[in-house]
Write a protein that binds this ligand. Structure first.
Ligand code: CUA
Length: 364
């Protein structure tokens, strides 16, 4: 019997990746008007089927982590059975019997047994410590040639910035290329977790933390936030794609603004910065859906209405507290994007919102 129920991810190569991309796009196209170029989209069904036993060992130390885990598990099991077994046996054997008043005298000590039960567990514990420390050092001490990727976590999404300045909200890596993630949070405590790499590290506001690993198997893995960080925590997941070559990765991360339409640039900004909280399928999330708002009069929490035009969009991005839409108060949950998105970026977002509205108009 095949214990690895999920079919596809165990041996993903780049052609499988292409299939996955097509499949994911097909899913994400349902019920939305957004053509999709990214791999994983909010609201799509999760293409990563959970494996029955441990996930694929996709990092250089994953095998060691599993070995240590299983060793401790079996050692614990053996001692559990032996100790509980002996306890039950003695309970029965030396139980109180009719007609016997005093317990049988027992020997005061047994040197051989006492040495055995002291020395044997000590050896086992020192061995566990040794193997544990060795594995820990491998997880914490990056190789000299490790590339550095900046990770920004926020409610509720990820932003990865590569050494050449490219940005994505999936993590793209190259097989056999060690990587050091330098991680920061824009708001609250999050946690980086890729089970296939056996690597997890908290991301703490106001400081940098890092995670290191070397992917040894190409494929698509699930990357999730592993620390409850608010209502959207369960949606704070994305894909980690391990490519077979640097070139492959480049093809998936490179973005040349000048070669794209304002709509495409706007869509990308939306995916990277906004999609964690705002949907474009009409569904309310942490923030209001964005696909139908352009040119509409929106009700605010103070009872006034605001026309969604250029200024409204600019204000909403730079000064999120200025207009709070009814149902999303009393305080705006959004951080200002002033300094992150300039006015040209806002132009792109506006182009994107206009086009979304038009597309939905056509659909009606
Ligand atoms: Cu971020 Cu949970």
């Amino acid at each position: 019997m095949n214990w690895q129920l999920p079919l596809m991810l165990a041996q993903t190569n780049d052609s499988n990746l292409e299939n996955l991309r097509e499949r994911t796009e097909a899913i994400s196209m349902q019920g939305t008007t957004v053509p999709d170029s990214s791999l994983i989209r909010e609201g799509t069904s999760n293409p990563f089927v959970t494996e029955y036993w441990f996930p694929t060992q996709a990092s250089s130390f994953a095998g060691e982590v599993d070995f240590l885990y299983m060793s401790i598990f079996w050692i614990s099991l053996v001692f559990f059975v032996a100790i509980i077994g002996a306890m039950v046996y003695f309970c029965v054997k030396y139980r109180r019997k009719d007609g016997v008043i005093a317990p049988e005298p027992s020997s005061s000590h047994n040197t051989a047994i006492e040495i055995l039960w002291s020395v044997l567990p000590s050896i086992i514990l020192v061995w566990i410590f040794y193997v544990g420390a060795e594995t820990w050092f491998e997880m914490r001490i990056p190789k000299e040639n490790a590339e550095e990727i900046q990770v920004t976590a926020k409610q509720f999404g990820w932003l990865f910035t590569y050494e050449d300045g490219d940005q994505t909200n999936e993590l793209h890596l190259v097989r056999d290329k060690p990587v050091r993630l330098i991680m920061q949070s824009e708001d609250v405590l999050h946690s980086f977790f890729v089970a296939a790499f056996r690597q997890k590290m908290d991301i703490v506001p106001g400081r940098y933390t890092y995670a290191y690993f070397e992917p040894i198997k190409d494929g698509v893995y699930r990357l999730s936030c592993n620390e409850y960080c608010g209502t959207g925590h369960s949606k704070m997941k994305t894909a980690c794609i391990v490519h077979t070559s640097e070139e492959d990765r480049k093809n998936n991360t490179k973005w040349i603004e000048a070669e794209k339409t304002p709509f495409e640039n706007g869509q990308r900004i939306y995916q990277i910065h906004c999609s964690g909280c705002h949907k474009v399928d009409g569904q309310a999330a942490t923030g209001p859906a964005l696909n139908l708002i352009w040119g509409e009069n929106e009700k605010m929490i103070d009872g006034t209405t605001e026309l969604v035009n250029e200024d409204y969009v600019l204000d909403s991005i730079w000064y999120p507290a200025k207009h709070i839409v009814e149902g999303y108060g009393p305080v705006s949950k959004m951080n200002s994007f002033k300094g992150i998105l300039d006015q040209k970026d806002v132009d792109y977002v506006i182009a994107y919102l206009k086009e979304l509205k038009e597309q939905s108009g056509d659909a009606k």
